[in-house]
Each structure stands twice: as structure tokens, then as C-alpha cells.
Design a protein around this ligand. Sequence first.
Ligand code: KIV
Ligand code: ZN
Length: 391
Amino acid sequence: MSDRPDDRVVIFDTTLRDGEQSPGCSMNTDEKLRVAEALCDLGVDVIEAGFPIASPGDFDAVSQIAERFGDRATICGLARCRDGDIDAAINAVAKGERGRVHVFLATSAIHREHKLRMSTEQIVERAVASVQRAKEKVDDVEFSPEDAYRTERDFLCEVVEKAIDAGATTVNIPDTVGYATPQQYFDVIKMLKESVPNIDRAIISTHCHDDLGLAAANTLAGLEAGARQVECTINGIGERAGNAALEEIVMALKTRQDHFGLTTGINTRKLSPTSRLVGSVTGQGVPRNKAVVGRNAFAHASGIHQDGMLKNPATYEIMKPEDVGFIGTDLVLGKHSGRAAVKARLTELGYTPNDETFTEVFDRFIDLADRKKEVFDADLAALMEAKLSGA
Ligand code: KIV
Ligand code: ZN
């Protein structure tokens, strides 16, 4: 067992593997290296850098990331439970100081019967042999029963127990299709903790997909039930609707430390720059309304909110923009803005109009705002200059 304190959550970032499996998000080696460096600066514990058997390019990317960054984070390669995959993953992470091999095999009835065409006995046998094969060369081995959430509970317990006996140091419990609710995901993690006799020899990990928009909530529920590793991606990119978003989980843990009592090694001030980098490298950008890192996360447009913000930012913000790497709050000037916000912006721009001048400029501002979605500083300055010059 590790000597990691029980309140410390391992952040396993899979932007470069599950994230890149998102349609339109694939990355070349140079792009992966840039993102890997940013992930190290951010302070993630594990970087799943790719799926080495998938292509020579992916092997090369994982290998270069292990060589360059393997002293700053554990570098992980994914493998199906096949000898060729496992050997490729072992070789790809070999150059790093800390390498991990992550083997996975589906366990749910639907995957067993329709995809793998394997019996439960064959699944257990293959999983055990694969973990053992990886373990011969790498100490740090993770096992994932793919589609764990939809797997019969007794069988899930059996596979997890045998994978740990075979040497898995982390057991990951994927909700591969994003089907669980938070309570249900909590229950499955709790059940594993209570029913698998050797569970304390491994770290339990969450891996939640966002098909129903519940990935972050399910991840947090998993932590509350005793998981201590979370698998997540920057901006929540990933297969279909994506994976649990790293920035949401980390900021939930930090903002609600009073509730969770858990810590991470993340430098949260790097969240927004890392998010922008991933948005630009993948060409997907960052959705404006994305929690924590979207442009609107710290922007206020309504007069009532702007007035509250000017009096005390805690009225409408539960996190400080600087804590996630934004320069500050953005009071967006538009037709919903009130006098207080417009006056404050004029002051910032160096104008101190008397009441009569301000009233007239404010009327012109409202007129302009009705025609324009957003009134920028330059527009406001132009209104003020026009008034001062008597126009
Ligand atoms: O969603 C999933 O089940 C996966 C596994 C490979 C861990 O991504
Ligand atoms: Zn996944």
C-alpha cells in the first residue's frame, strides 16, 4: 500500500488517451508533448499518454512523453488484455522514471456476449494473465473492468479481487457509457470496498462518462464512497459526450473542502491556461458557458448581479477568478447592465462625469446596448468623448 495520506486524491488525466478519442480531437506527437508539459505544470499525478498499440505515432508519443516527463508524473499507457498490447505499453513507458500499464477488459454481460463472445471464466483468466504479464516488467499496474457499472455485482467483485491478487495496484471502475446516477455510482464503490476482501491493497479509481451530464457528479460520489483516484480530462473531452472534467472535480473539491475534506496536488491557477491550450490544440475551443474555465464562468451581465459584484464579489461568485487563472471578473456591459456597473467602468477608463453628464451618457449607452449585444470599453469611451466634445 502507498503512504499517500487518505485525504489525498490521485488525479489521473486521460486527455491524451480517452480525450483524444473524442471525435475531432486527435493529436500528433508534438501537440501531445505540449499538452503533457502543461499537465505536469498543472500538477497531475498520472498522465495517460495514449494507447501504444494503436499506431506507431501513438507509441512514439507515449515513449517521448515518458522520457521527457517521466520524472514529473507517472506516465501510463493503455492496453487491451492482449500480449501485443501489453508489451507495447510496457515498452512505451519504459523510458520514464515512473511508468504505469493500464490493462482493461470488458466485464458486463452485454460486452461479454455481443462484443467479446467470452464466458465469465475466460474473462477472469484473461484479466489475471494480463495483469500478471504487465506486472513482470512494471510495478505499477492498473486494471479496468470496462463497463464495470453495468456488470453483475458478484462477477465484478470476483474480477476485481482476482486482478488485485494478480498484482493490480489500482482498480478502476468505469461507467463506460455514462449510465449511473451519483447515488448508484456511490453504491457500487461502497459495495466493492465492503465486499472485496483484498480491496485495501489497491487504490479504487473512478472513470465516469458524461452521456447524461453526470460525469463530475458521479466522480465526486465515488470519492465520497472511498475512491482515491479520479480519471478525468481537461475540458471534459472524451468519447461521445466526454469524460469527467478535471477542472470541475478539482474546483468542487477545493471550493467545497468543508464538505469533501479531500485534497489534490493541482495548481488551480493553471486550470484556465491549460484549458485554453487543450481547446486550441484540439481545435475545439472552450465552450463559453463551460463550468470553471469558460469565458462566462466569471462574467456578469445583469444589472442586479453587477451591482452585487461591485459591492461584494461573494454575492455572485463562489470561486475567485484568479484561483483558476483568470485575470478577474468580467462585468459585461449590455442592455441588462445598471448604472452602477457603467459608472464603475467609466471610472476605470479614467472618466469622472458629474451626475448630469453621467445621466446623459447612460441614456446613450442604453440606446446603443439595445442595438448591440455587448458594449465594449471603446464604445463607452466614444460615448463619453462625444458628450465632452458637445456632440
Ligand atoms: O470508458 C472506459 O471504459 C475506458 C476504459 C478503457 C478504461 O475508457
Ligand atoms: Zn473511458
